[in-house]
Unconditional design. Structure first.
Length: 292
C-alpha cells in the first residue's frame, strides 16, 4: 500500500457547519508540499460518521485530483453495515481512489469469524486494496492477530492493517504472523517508532496534520535505519503526540491547527470544542516547541 507517513486528514467545516472545501484544498497543499507518502480521507480524524454522501464524493474527488497520481489517496469507507461499505467503496473507486480504509463493524459488533466474513465479502466486491482498521477503543471489537492473517490469506486485496489497539504485544504478534506479506501500519503517533523499528511499515498519523515535516522525518529516518536521529526527533515531540489525544480525536488537532492558520476550530456535533484547561496544556507545549 505505502511505506512511511500517511496523514489522516481532518475535514474542515465553516461556521455554519458546511464542509469548507477551500480550506480542504489548502490542507492538501500543505501535506503534499511536505512530501507525505499517502493521504487518508474520511477516517476517524476526518469525522467520517458525520460526513454525508455527496460531501464524501466531493472530498474524494478533490484529494484524487490534487494528488494527481503522485501519492496514494486512501478513502475511509468503513461502517457497521457491510452492504453500505460496498456502496461507499463503489463511490471511492468511481472517483479514482487508490485504496480503502475500512474500520471494523461497531455497536452490532461481530465475532472473529464474523470479521473474516465481513472483510472477505467486501474484498470480493472491489478491485481496490484494503487497509483493515483495528481500533477497539472506539468499536468495542478487537481484530486478533490470527484473524487478520486469516482474512488476508483469503483475499489478495486485503493488503494492510492499521493497528490502533495500543497493545504492543498484539502488534508484535501481527507483525510476526503477517509482516512478511502485508503492510503493518501504526494507528497511534506515539507508537509509530516502536512499531516501525519492530518491522512495521509506517504510520497513519494525526499529528502530521499539524507537523507533516516532523512525522515525515521520523518515518524516513527509521526506514533508512538512522535510528539515533529518528529517536531524537521522536522524543522531542513525544509529549505533543500524547497531547493531541488529550480529548476525543480530532478535537485537539483541530484546535492546534487553528493556532497556526492551517484550519479553523469547527466541529460537527456530537463533538464539541476543547476545554479551556486542555487548550492551555496544548498551547503550552506548542510554545515550548516554538510552533507558535
Amino acid at each position: 500500500m505505502f511505506k512511511g507517513l500517511g496523514t489522516a486528514l481532518i475535514t474542515p467545516f465553516k461556521e455554519n457547519g458546511d464542509v469548507d472545501y477551500q480550506l480542504f484544498d489548502k490542507i492538501l497543499d500543505h501535506q503534499l508540499e511536505n512530501n507525505v507518502d499517502a493521504l487518508i480521507v474520511m477516517g476517524t480524524t476526518g469525522e467520517s460518521p458525520t460526513i454525508h454522501f455527496e460531501e464524501r464524493k466531493e472530498l474524494t474527488k478533490m484529494a484524487v485530483a490534487k494528488a494527481d497520481g503522485n501519492v496514494p489517496v486512501i478513502i475511509g469507507t468503513g461502517t457497521n453495515d457491510t452492504v453500505k461499505v460496498v456502496e461507499m467503496n463503489e463511490m471511492a473507486e468511481e472517483q479514482g481512489a487508490d485504496g480503502l480504509l475500512i474500520v471494523t463493524p461497531y455497536y452490532n459488533k461481530t465475532s472473529q469469524a464474523g470479521l473474516v466474513d465481513h472483510y472477505t465479502y467486501i474484498a470480493e466486491r472491489t478491485e481496490l486494496p484494503i487497509i483493515v482498521y483495528n481500533v477497539p477503543s472506539r468499536t468495542g471489537v478487537n481484530i486478533e492477530a490470527k484473524t487478520f492473517k486469516e482474512m488476508a490469506d483469503k483475499a489478495d486485496n486485503i493488503v494492510a492493517i492499521k493497528e490502533a489497539s495500543g497493545d504492543m504485544s498484539q502488534i508484535l504478534e501481527v507483525i510476526s504472523l503477517s509482516g512478511d506479506n502485508n503492510t503493518i501500519l501504526s494507528g497511534n503517533d506515539d507508537q509509530a517508532m516502536p512499531l516501525m523499528m519492530s518491522g512495521g511499515s509506517g504510520v497513519i498519523s494525526v499529528l502530521s496534520n499539524l507537523l507533516p515535516g516532523v512525522m515525515k522525518e521520523i518515518c524516513d529516518k527509521i526506514l533508512a535505519e538512522e535510528y539515533q536521529a529518528a529517536r531524537k526527533t521522536y522524543y522531542k515531540y513525544h509529549r505533543l503526540m500524547q497531547l493531541i489525544f488529550i480529548d476525543v480525536n480530532p478535537i485537539p488537532i483541530k484546535f492546534a491547527m487553528a493556532q497556526i492558520g492551517l484550519a479553523n476550530n469547527n466541529l460537527r456535533r456530537p463533538l464539541i470544542n476543547l476545554s479551556p484547561e486542555n487548550q492551555e496544556l496544548l498551547l503550552e507545549e506548542m510554545r515550548r516547541l516554538e510552533i507558535i
